[in-house]
Design a protein around this ligand. Sequence first.
Ligand SMILES: *Cc1c(COP(=O)(O)O)cnc(C)c1O
Length: 234
Amino acid sequence: MIGENLKNVEENITNACERVNRNREDVTLIAVSKTKPVELLKSAYDLGCRDFGENKVQEMLDKIDVLPKDIRWHMIGHLQTNKVKYIVDKVAMIHSVDSLHLAKEISKEAGKKNCITNILIEINVAGEASKFGTSDWDTNYDLIRTISLLPNLHLCGLMTIAPYTEHPEENRIYFQQLKDFLKNRVSEFFPTTPYLSMGMTGDYVIAVEEGATHVRVGTGIFGERNYHLNTTEN
Ligand SMILES: *Cc1c(COP(=O)(O)O)cnc(C)c1O
């Protein structure tokens, strides 16, 4: 099943890239494996996946322990400051930096471990009350500027979780707004080719068309999750 799913997702990403003249290599597919058992992750690994996304610290650590060492682990869930120390030197990137408080903690712990941690700033594009981060562009500008001054962080780009919708076209405007903000207001704080982590199972095709460099696909690869066994907090 995973093989078939992965093939579909790959095909959709390739086609989206072709439609807008992008290189397939410029989009990283992150297999979001939260709640899924390591056996399934291993199957995805054997099919070529090297980027996995998790939203809970303990679950990620358990999986890191038993899976191949060349996997790049992405923390995509809301992160509590007291857990930062366990992952700063183990993750490829933390996508969910939504406050100065959290950024400072990552900076401090990365300093202690003598590493530089890749981070993305999470923007709540639609201003949904249920989500972390803010949609106020001026506030986000100030947040990014301040974070850019902290040591031991590599500020790679922006991340967003667009609203849940049956009609993914409705999210195009949010992806455009995020890209526009990155390009026209805060580019000085980022590398020449900054990252845009946006798009999930329901809307990753639109996100790729609008410039996503990282798409986070869970259900589309691994199937539905059983939420009774899980909460969204770390
Ligand atoms: C769970 C999750 C995803 C994947 O969601 P799907 O709809 O299953 O693809 C992507 N991003 C974040 C931040 C998530 O928590």
